[in-house]
Structure formats: C-alpha cells, structure tokens
Ligand binder design. Structure first.
Ligand SMILES: Nc1ncnc2c1ncn2[C@@H]1O[C@H](COP(=O)(O)OP(=O)(O)OP(=O)(O)O)[C@@H](O)[C@H]1O
Ligand SMILES: [Mg+2]
Length: 269
C-alpha cells in the first residue's frame, strides 16, 4: 500500500461536529484501546459526522462502507480480479483499513447478511486478524486499525438483527437528536439561517418527533432540518421550503401530511 493510497482516506479539513454529551472523550478512550465501537441512533442524528470528526481528531484515515443485503464477504475482504497478466488480488475496504491502520466505518451493518457480518469477528476480538481465505493470507491488523459500526435501533425485524456474538464485540454509544438549543445552533451553523429561523425549524421537528409511533415511523431528523435551512438560505419561502424538505419526504399519508403542514404553518405563517 503506497502513501498516496493512504492519503486518499485522510479527512482533510476539520469536520464541523458539535459534541453533545462528552461522546468525543468516550470515543477517544475506546480508541486508545482499539475497542470496536457501535454507534446507535436514528437516521440523520450525526453518527457519520461524528466518525468523520473523530477520525480527523485522531489523525486516522477513514474508510466508510455502506452495507446492504446483497453485500458478500468478498465485497468487504477482497477478491481476485482478471487483468491482462492473469488474476490479481484486490483488497476490499475492510482489508485495506486493517492494512493501513484506518478507522473502518461499516454504515448500517444490520443490512448485511449474517454470513457477511461474521468476517469481522476475528478482527474484533483479541486476535485482531483477518483471514483472507481465498488468498491464503492471515492478515494481522495494523496497530492503529479500529472498527466502527452504525445501527439504527428499532428498524430491524427479528430476522434482521445482529447476532449477540456480533453485538457483544462492541462498546456502544447512544446517539439522538441534540437538545433544542444545540440543534438550532447546528442548523444555523450548517446552513447560514439566523438563529430564530433555526429555532423554529427545531420546534417543527419536535412536534413530529412526538408523533413517532403514532402515524410516523420516525420524526424529522437533524439532516432534514439542515435541508430546510439550506432551502431557506437559498431564498425559498419558508413554508415551501419546509414542505419540500420536512413534510413530503417524511410520509405519503394525506392526513399526516396535513398535520405536518399545520405544524409548519404554526411557526412560519
Ligand atoms: N452534533 C452535530 N454536529 C454537527 N452537525 C450535526 C450534528 N448532528 C447532526 N448534524 C447534522 O446532521 C446531518 C446528518 O448527520 P449524519 O449524516 O451524521 O447522520 P447519521 O446519524 O449518520 O444518519 P444515518 O443513520 O441516516 O446515516 C449532518 O450532515 C450535519 O449537518
Ligand atoms: Mg450515516
């Protein structure tokens, strides 16, 4: 692995991440022991941003893999490819991370099938090894390598959940939407809207978060609030901006849309 390849995984500028409850210090302590970490929390609440920030802070390259159910162990570990000289081995992202000492972030890991997930087992216990069976290599992870996974609690069925033997290889941090004042600060900072507008957007979100389980699978995320703020900062009239970013993406149910629209109008008309 040459230096240029490592550089492509560096987090360049400091990502903006607002620490909400000392999670940076907890993560740092876990990283000091190279403990695998699981980030739990609803969509759009800052998990990915947090990993980018921590990779930057710790000066480690970051390799992110979006997991899905069609993913195989070879997609993570690597495979032989045909080229003009015959077959060449190509490392998968997990192998690359273990070789170069990167933080490997497996996003939405429950989406992967269990037979795919088990390849991380020898990497996430005292062995810190990755067997590349097809290549006949037993890779010892670089001393700086760490594995991080994300997990949306509540989304998985019984069929689709991590095995206990996978779960119990990770320390876990709970994430949630930041408390109102902080979330408004984040929205203002990310989008350029004034703090009053940001505060109103957060209040709309709070109304919808109370409807979780009562007609909504999930309330409005911080990510969607950032979209709303961006549209408003582009000069779009706030009610139209909110409709496009907070109401329409969230639900197709006409009654629920009306409820959400009414919440928007409470604050923006
Ligand atoms: N604490 C925070 N500091 C700064 N920005 C934040 C914070 N929390 C959320 N955000 C904002 O919310 C957006 C969404 O966060 P992110 O992409 O990290 O969500 P996620 O939890 O990884 O969601 P998913 O599970 O859908 O991948 C970010 O792009 C950022 O604008
Ligand atoms: Mg994410």
């Amino acid at each position: 692995m040459n230096v240029q390849n490592i550089e492509q995984y560096r987090v360049g500028a400091e990502p903006f991440y607002r620490v909400t409850a000392g999670e940076d210090a907890l993560y740092e302590a876990a990283y000091a022991r190279r403990m695998p970490v699981m980030l739990k929390g609803p969509t759009g609440c800052g998990k990915s941003r947090f990993v980018e920030y921590m990779a930057w802070k710790l000066g480690r390259p970051l390799i992110t893999v979006a997991c899905n159910e069609d993913m195989t162990a070879s997609d993570l570990v690597g495979r032989y490819l045909l080229d003009k000289d015959g077959t060449v081995w190509q490392d998968g992202p997990l192998t690359t991370a273990a070789r170069i000492g990167a933080i490997c972030y497996l996003d939405e890991v429950v989406e992967a099938r269990q037979d795919t997930t088990v390849v991380i087992h020898p990497l996430t216990d005292h062995r810190r090894q990755l067997p590349l069976d097809k290549k006949g290599e037993l890779l010892e992870a670089h001393p700086d390598f760490q594995l991080v996974i994300s997990y949306n609690p509540g989304y998985q069925s019984l069929m689709k959940d991590l095995k206990q033997s996978t779960k119990q290889r990770f320390a876990a941090l709970d994430f949630d939407y930041p408390e109102a004042e902080l979330e408004a600060e984040i929205v203002a900072r990310e989008t350029g809207v004034d703090s009053e507008t940001a505060g109103k957007l957060v209040q709309v979100a709070h109304r919808t978060r109370n409807l979780k389980g009562h007609g909504l699978d999930e309330g409005i995320s911080t990510r969607l609030l950032v979209y709303a703020g961006q549209m408003i900062a582009e000069g779009v009239e706030p009610v139209a901006a909110c409709q496009m970013t907070l109401v329409t993406p969230l639900t197709d149910d006409p009654d629920m849309r009306q409820t959400l629209q009414a919440a928007v109008e409470t604050f923006f008309v």
